[in-house]
Ligand binder design. Structure first.
Ligand code: PMV
Length: 327
């Protein structure tokens, strides 16, 4: 039996969203993205190869995972096995410090931790870029969770995905930022996965191509704002990226709406904070939760303004977090 390897990765929230694939089989994004890795959202995964097992065994948050989740993980592990000629199946146990599959980016931290644990257990020595490419095969956003702070994902243009990887951008370390995650009810297991929703947008949304066309300028703007530490510029691009992404989903046929009334109430509360002089900006992913970017010093004001909104069940305060690593 192989040695058990334990890895930890933090989730990340995109400021410039990834929404759409140019290659489904290899999970290559159609456009780049830019994210912030967050310390409060962690996944710890332990894994070992066990020749006695007939199939991979996945324990997720203490319970045997559903078949669909196990198969997704098995397909990912097959990529690692194929590279080293390993035939044994794996025992995997993975724990999230936040609600799974709720739009709180558990696939990002999950597949980043799995990529690090599985490649290490298999004795595969990968560079950070290669690890990011491997993690991408599990989930697009996982490619970004290999790294801490601000991270830029490149869509690349190679057919084999070899230039579709993430890398860190200097910036968050000495910038006192916070992200307040407002967990909105109705955000248990999501009805439509991000993969299904992206594919539906590509197939049916008249706003999908305009969305993709908007991404390069938003990436340039976000990177420029990070370089000069202009928080208001970064916040403005964060809001317009999420709204344009959601507009493309709303315009799919049938339309896909991830929001609940509490989501909209949170967005309005953030705008009200800004009107009162507190710089805060919202972003939403493939779920109803609202993530609010602010200066760390303003996170108490953000929590006070959004915590009592009907339908907001939990607030999680996160700060820029580190990259994935072996424990
Ligand atoms: O990592 P995936 O395939 O679940 O896609 C993530 C998509 C969004 O969270 C909506 C946006 C993003 O860039 O993280």
């Amino acid at each position: 039996m192989g040695k058990a390897v334990r890895a930890r990765a933090c989730a990340n929230i995109a400021l410039v969203k990834y929404w759409g694939k140019r290659d489904d089989a290899q999970n290559i994004p159609a456009a780049g993205s830019l994210s912030l890795t967050l310390d409060a959202l962690t996944t710890e995964t332990s894994l070992r190869f066990d020749p006695e097992l007939a199939k991979d065994e996945l324990i997720l948050d203490g319970e045997l995972a559903r078949a669909a989740e196990r198969k997704r993980v098995s397909r990912f592990l097959d990529l690692v096995r194929a590279r080293v000629g390993e035939t044994s199946k794996c025992r995997i146990s993975s724990d999230n410090a936040f609600p799974t599959a709720s739009g709180l980016a558990s696939s990002a931290s999950g597949f980043a931790a799995l990529a690090v644990a599985a490649s290490t257990a298999a004795g595969l020595e990968l560079s950070p870029r290669e690890l990011s490419i491997l993690a991408r095969r599990g989930s697009g956003s996982a490619a970004r969770s290999l790294f801490g702070g601000f991270v830029r994902m490149h869509a690349g243009d190679a057919n084999d995905g070899s230039d579709s990887y993430a890398e860190p951008i200097a910036g968050a370390a000495d910038w006192d930022l916070a992200m307040t995650l407002c967990v909105v009810d109705g955000g248990g297991r999501k009805a439509v996965s991000s993969r299904e929703a992206m594919n539906a947008c590509r197939a049916t949304s008249p706003l999908y191509e305009p969305w993709l066309a908007s991404v390069p300028a938003d990436l340039r703007e976000a990177e420029a704002a990070i370089v000069v530490k202009d928080f208001e510029r970064l916040g403005a691009v964060t809001e317009r990226s999420t709204l344009t992404m959601h507009a493309s989903a709303l315009a799919a046929r049938p339309g896909i709406c991830f929001w609940t009334p509490a989501t909209i109430a949170c967005m309005n509360a953030v705008k009200k904070l800004r009107a009162g002089g507190t710089l805060a900006f919202f972003t939403m992913d493939a779920g109803p939760h609202v993530k609010v970017l602010s200066a760390a010093a303003d996170s108490t004001a953000v929590a006070a303004a959004l915590g009592d909104i009907d339908g907001v069940s939990q607030m999680i305060l996160a700060r820029p977090g580190p990259g994935a690593r072996i424990l």
